[in-house]
Design a protein around this ligand. Structure first.
Ligand code: PLP
Length: 477
């Protein structure tokens, strides 16, 4: 399996060569040269596998420059009971007759990003050791991504993490989660500024090519292909689990369709669903759910993609979906255009010039060919949905998952199970849960003492040079 760029300017390279890179050299995103297909018989053979075993099977279709036994070890180390809260890794939780949650938030940071990050941590360590390389991950976070990255990279050889966060802008829970990590390779830097200041510092440092090269700077952002690839696994897992009962009763379930609803921001999670569908997994609809920041919902409704300015981006009660542009979207548009890199490059040029592009001529294909539909929710919708789901099913959901459930309701069809991805647990969003239900959400047992643990963080001015010096003194060389 080789990888090419969506903009056509990269000669085909292997998985390990794109693993540590961000954008392709031509400014595009890496995509597999072809999409592997999985036959119904093959899919049925995977029914008895554990999550880690299923991950090995699916990832080996995309990764052929890591030997099978190594990949198997990597997946076992990423997906086991010492990292996730149960042996299933991803449990399914029925809400009612037609709707089921896919429990993607059983990892250390209680959000779905753990599933991809845990794999990334293991595969980084393996590839860096094999190539005798070092990596210093530099990032900015306002919460979820940074903590998932730190929990995945803690204690890993050859990798260190420098994570900038805005001072006083994260919840007590998020601070405790990140800053209580005492591992030598984890560096928390609390910047006297807002998230955009943190991001500007990262851009300035990573944009300095000689600094970046001599200090082996890298990133783990949502465009990383290894993350997309690892996320494909749970779509297959969820399909298998939701057809288990029928299959064990002797029914032929091949071709049995399910729909997925995905609370979306950067289009990473649902892109993995798109790949699962292209591989042959029987998916009817991929329902894209957004909050008030509806740049993607607008695209699937109108065919016009118009990213917003930061100032136009609202701070909502599902903050991990507050995006102005969707960094993975280009990979979907590449497929939409029949993988025509020339046309894609042209469209992205238009986007740069006009701030928007119009693919309304292709609109019928969004659903017919690719199964996509979209919807959005408001703050009031999320509060109502949290209350309603708790009353009717006794299950407490977080505000992001509530976005999903709200939007999913409009797309439930007779005889087609609707699987809603649970992208975070309510414990992370106490304030909104309190507003919806009048009560604080329960905190998982093992996290109850989190707030009392000592914290390791340095507070620094919003000053690129000071932070550069800090990194210079501590980076792996
Ligand atoms: C990151 C995140 C999302 C959005 O996922 P994308 O892959 O960016 O579309 C949704 N919910 C939660 C809780 C997240 O952390």
């Amino acid at each position: 399996m080789k990888y090419i760029s969506t903009r056509g300017g990269m000669s085909p390279v292997s998985f390990s060569e794109i693993l540590l890179e961000g954008l392709a050299r031509d400014g595009g995103l890496a995509v597999p040269e072809s999409v592997p297909s999985v036959s119904p018989a093959q899919l049925e053979q995977w029914r008895s596998l554990s999550y880690a075993e299923l991950a090995t099977e699916i990832l080996s279709l995309y990764i052929d420059d890591i030997a099978r036994p190594d990949l198997e070890r990597i997946c076992k180390a990423a997906y086991n009971e010492s990292v996730f809260s149960g042996s299933e890794i991803v449990p399914l939780k029925p809400l009612n007759q037609s709707m089921t949650l896919v429990g993607l938030s059983e990892g250390p940071t209680l959000a779905f990003k753990d599933l991809a990050m845990q794999f990334l941590g293991q595969v980084f360590e393996f590839v860096l050791a094999r190539e005798g390389r070092k990596l210093n991950i530099l990032g900015a976070t306002s919460g979820d991504t940074g903590s998932a990255a730190e929990y995945a990279m803690r204690g890993k050889l050859g990798v260190s993490v420098f994570m900038l966060s805005p001072q006083g802008r994260m919840s007590a829970f998020q601070r405790a989660q990140m800053y209580s990590l005492m591992d030598d390779n984890i560096h928390n830097i609390s910047v006297k500024g807002v998230f955009d200041d943190c991001q500007d510092i990262v851009k300035a440092l990573a944009g300095d090519v000689s600094f970046k090269t001599s200090y082996h700077l890298g990133a783990v952002n949502s465009i990383n292909w290894a993350r997309i690839c690892a996320q494909i696994v749970y779509y297959f897992w969820a399909w298998l689990r939701s057809t288990d009962a029928a299959a064990s009763a002797g029914t032929d379930v091949s071709g049995f369709k399910v729909s997925f609803t995905v609370p979306s921001g950067n289009f990473g999670n649902i892109l993995s669903g798109h790949f699962a569908r292209r591989m042959g997994l029987p998916i009817h609809r991929l329902v894209l759910a957004t909050n008030e920041n509806n740049v993607l919902e607008e695209f699937f409704r109108t065919g016009v993609y118009r990213p917003r300015a930061s100032a136009e981006t609202l701070a909502t009660s599902s903050p991990s979906m507050d995006i102005s542009k969707a960094s993975n979207f280009e990979r979907f548009v590449f497929d939409l255009l029949g993988r025509d890199a020339k046309r894609l490059a042209q469209i992205w040029k238009t986007l740069g010039q006009n701030g928007a592009f119009d693919l309304s001529a292709e609109k019928a294909r969004f659903t017919e060919e690719f199964g996509f539909v979209g919807g959005c929710s408001t703050h009031a919708d999320r509060l109502n949905t949290i209350r309603q789901v708790q009353e009717q099913s006794g299950v407490l959901i977080d505000p992001h998952t509530a976005d999903g459930v709200k939007v999913a309701q409009a797309f439930v069809e007779e005889g087609i199970p609707m699987l809603v991805l649970e992208t975070a647990l309510p414990a992370k969003f106490g304030e909104t849960i309190q507003e919806a239900t009048g009560k604080e959400p329960p905190v998982p047992e093992h996290l109850k003492s989190l707030a009392d643990l000592p914290q390791k963080v340095v507070i620094m001015d919003n000053d690129v040079e000071a932070i550069r010096d800090y990194i210079k003194g501590r980076a792996l060389r």
